[in-house]
Ligand binder design. Structure first.
Ligand code: NAD
Length: 354
């Protein structure tokens, strides 16, 4: 055995109702908190600000997808004008992303209160979109110092989005298992993350207000975020980044459609990872386990149903085959073309690299 493992720092407070500890947790990081949220969830921002009382110096409610640089600039100016020494981000990956953009320039610490399963709160990765182009990078300053995981806040996440957001989290775990930087601790987390999400997502689809299932899913999302932040990803994330960025496809649904295909692509080259996915899902093989889970939550299976243009397949093949990156199986255009065609049509995956 040979590996390198770098632990990421961060405090995690987990459990139903832990939002109530926001004032005490915020006081450990600063005295003047700026609350960030999306326009659609200003109620959440107000709830956080009310709990913080005099510790809150303002609410910036303009977080949107992909962190446009103009929004990041406005948030930084708001933070400076309010004299904030701490950012409280309450919402999904878009809100956490805005807090990261503020932290990158101002060095304000972040206290994250995630309300989806995206996992951004566990990573030191930031993203900024300027003129339609999204840049990403890693910087230790943007890793939230404290995260409050309160499953009660996820009860309102619609069942369809809960399912695809959860499969998005599973995708982080799967790719961490066959990552170039895979290591035994992250693989343990990945397998348990897949298990927790695999068991809880069908329960949430059947009964969205099942708090125990919500708690299990958020636990799995926490683990998945750690895996994403700790080791490099591969073909699946490259494809989803390409499809999302070029054709503006919805993030979680794209991950859900591509995952079984990317797994089938890598299955022959990463048998141990597939064995662990299968074990986590109590399935005969990893790809089948993921397909069964997608069917159980009724998620989309075809790119053509979520806005992908058919003529975009060739463009996606070219983009996904450029800029060499690590992947267990060699990245070849013919195999990628078959993968994207099947994903476009909603067909089952095939052994693309045999
Ligand atoms: P999001 O934050 O845009 O939320 C998705 C939708 O869910 C929004 O409409 C939001 O209003 C709604 N929502 C959020 N919480 C809710 C709740 N509890 N109840 C009801 N509705 C709720 O998106 P996301 O899927 O959380 O995150 C995706 C974004 O995060 C992408 O831009 C992605 O690139 C980024 N991301 C970044 C990292 C990273 O490491 N930097 C990791 C994962 C995702």
């Amino acid at each position: 055995m040979r590996f390198t493992y770098t632990a990421l720092p961060g405090r995690v407070v987990f459990g139903a109702g832990v939002l109530a500890s926001l004032p005490a947790e915020a006081a450990l990081l600063g005295k003047k908190a700026l609350v960030l949220c999306t326009p659609g969830h200003r109620d959440l921002g107000q709830r956080a600000a009310a709990l913080l009382g005099e510790q809150a110096v303002g609410i910036f409610d303009r977080a949107v997808m992909h962190v446009p640089v103009e929004t990041a600039n406005a948030a930084c100016e708001f933070a400076q004008a309010s004299g904030a020494d701490l950012c409280v981000a309450i919402g999904g990956g878009s809100t956490t992303g805005l807090a990261k953009a503020v932290a990158l320039r101002s060095t304000l610490p972040i206290l994250a209160v995630p309300t989806t399963y995206a996992g951004s709160e566990m990573t030191p990765t930031w993203g900024l979109t300027d003129g339609g182009i999204k840049r990403t990078g890693r910087d230790a300053r943007v890793l939230p110092r404290t995260t409050l995981y309160d499953p009660e806040l996820t009860l309102s996440l619609p069942p369809a989005l809960s399912g695809t957001s959860g499969i998005n989290a599973i995708a982080h775990c799967v790719e961490s298992l066959y990552s170039e930087k895979a290591n035994p601790l992250i693989s343990l987390m990945a397998e348990d993350g897949i298990r927790a999400l695999g068991q809880s997502l069908p329960r949430i689809a059947r009964q969205p207000d099942d708090l125990e299932a919500r708690s299990d899913a958020l636990y799995g999302a926490w683990l998945s975020g750690i895996t994403l932040g700790s080791v490099g990803m591969a073909l699946h994330h490259k494809l989803c980044h390409t499809l999302g960025g070029t054709f503006n496809l919805p993030h979680a649904q794209t991950h859900t459609i591509i995952l079984p295909h990317a797994m089938a692509y890598n299955a022959g080259a990463a048998p141990e990872a597939m064995r662990r996915v299968a074990r986590a899902l109590s399935a005969k093989d990893g790809v089948r386990g993921i397909l069964n889970l997608i069917a159980a939550i009724g998620a989309p299976t075809a790119l053509k149903d979520i806005g992908m243009p058919e003529e975009g397949i060739e463009r996606a093949v070219e983009l996904a085959a450029t800029n060499p990156y690590y992947n267990p199986a060699p990245v070849k255009k013919d195999a990628l073309r078959r993968l994207l065609r099947n994903a476009y049509e909603g067909r089952e995956p095939e052994p693309y690299c045999s």
